[in-house]
Design a protein around this ligand. Structure first.
Ligand code: GTR
Length: 419
């Protein structure tokens, strides 16, 4: 074959294969192109036997599903470290003009205090306590959640731990996502920590953040925890502290999160039954959205863009979603019978709002086993019409991928009802 023929063949190959390639690699936003799929049944055990009561669900089936998510999706989450300890680093009893008491709490993961996070929390004043609370991870640092000038900027030591690419953003950059005064006026405490305190959000082979504390001496495997598991672990450590704070009722703590931190909140709620309520805001792929729908972000795409988020086993399912032994409705089912809220945004097609809702429907049979009403209608729900069924809440906010006051007001109403 001469060069000309080769070039021609290469051109033909590109011509004939490119569209197919583009189709598998491209993002599907067309409902008619969602592949047909069968969801794994949360109420059928690995041995094929049906689950007919709460006891079998709790003793047999729930542990199976939790284990599958740990081994095949997120990686195993370790427990409380032996040297975990807390220090109140700063306190201001007159935050927001006296509305609340602010605390910054050092949560140290080791005795040397080289691995830690700083929890920022506000407790409403003039409310008879102990009060219920919301806890969630933040994206940009505690200082970015508020204009409260008392909140510390990241220290030199934190910045060193976050890595050279970390950019400190101005105070209050993410303030619209954190309506502290509204939350406090409704009688709730609120607590948050920066994701990078627990694990900086880039792939460095798990050398930074909290992983080395546990991985040291144990070679990492395909089931080892990724970054989402690390953040979820951090949420449980925040709850460990809240259990020691007399101002907060640790039995009434809602864990929430937006986007990647919504995936984190769901996984934290599944792993740690102490969380009394779970809220997923626009959590999408690897969160509330069904993987098998391949609508918007897919398993292959998320594992390629964020190779550190999940465990290595999850990569086996890139483009092979039907082989997954679980789907995300079963993650939601692990929250049962606790109150669960799943929210989406109408323009956030990347996160597959319909797939997030169908996941809620798919988790329904487990809530029904506990005797609760559930969402059963598989038609897409209307935009801006929040609904509560039994112990499940749902809405689709008009607009883009974000967590805004509209979302918060729904979560507060839901908490008023159930916390
Ligand atoms: C996107 C990612 C989503 C979501 C989002 C976020 O880039 O594809 O899964 O997690 O980031 O966390 O804002």
């Amino acid at each position: 074959m001469n060069t000309k023929t080769l070039t021609l063949l290469a051109a033909l190959a590109m011509f004939s294969f490119a569209p197919v390639h583009a189709q598998t690699q491209g993002t599907n936003y067309d409902e008619s192109k969602v592949p047909s799929y069968t969801l794994p049944d949360p109420l059928v055990r690995n041995n094929g036997r049906p689950v007919k009561n709460v006891r079998t669900w709790e003793k047999k089936r729930r542990p199976e599903i939790l284990d599958l998510f740990a081994r095949e999706v997120y990686g195993h989450v370790p427990g409380k470290p032996a040297d975990l300890h807390f220090k109140v680093l700063k306190e201001n009893p007159k935050a927001f003009g006296g509305l609340a008491t602010m605390r910054e709490v050092g949560i140290y993961f080791n005795a040397q205090e080289t691995n830690y996070m700083v929890l920022l929390m506000y407790v409403p004043n003039n409310v008879k306590g102990p009060v219920p609370a919301f806890v969630g991870v933040n994206f940009k640092g505690n200082h970015a959640t508020t204009d409260d000038p008392e909140v510390s900027m990241p220290t030199a030591d934190q910045l060193r731990r976050y890595g050279p690419d970390f950019q400190v953003e101005p105070r209050n950059t993410a303030g619209d996502r954190w309506p502290f005064e509204t939350i406090l006026s409704r009688g709730y405490a609120i607590a948050t920590f920066h994701r990078a305190d627990v694990d900086p959000d880039f792939h460095d082979g798990f050398k930074n953040g909290v992983h080395p504390l546990f991985d040291a001496g144990n070679p990492r495997t395909a089931e080892s925890w990724g970054t989402i598991s690390a953040w979820a672990w951090g949420l449980s450590r925040a709850l460990d502290y809240l259990e020691t704070d007399p101002a907060v009722d640790a039995k009434r703590v809602a864990v929430f999160g937006h986007s990647r931190l919504g995936k984190t909140a769901l996984w934290a709620g599944a792993v740690d039954p102490r969380f009394a309520m779970v809220i997923s805001n626009d959590s999408g792929c690897g969160g509330a959205a069904l993987s098998r729908r391949c609508f918007g972000e897919t398993v292959g795409r998320i594992n390629t863009t964020f190779p550190h988020w999940f465990c290595d086993n999850f990569k086996k399912y890139n483009g092979k979603e039907n082989d997954l032994p679980v789907d995300q409705h079963e993650l939601l089912a692990l929250i049962a019978p606790r109150p669960l809220y799943v929210a989406s945004a109408s323009e956030d097609q990347w996160a597959d709002p319909y797939g997030e809702y169908l996941s809620l429907v798919g988790a329904g049979p487990v809530y029904a086993l506990y005797g609760f009403e559930t969402f059963t209608d598989t038609a897409m729900r209307p935009v801006a019409v929040p609904a509560v069924k039994g112990r499940m809440g749902h809405h689709i906010r008009q607009g883009k991928h974000n967590i805004l006051i509209y979302d918060w007001l729904r979560y507060l109403d839901f908490a008023d009802k159930f916390l």
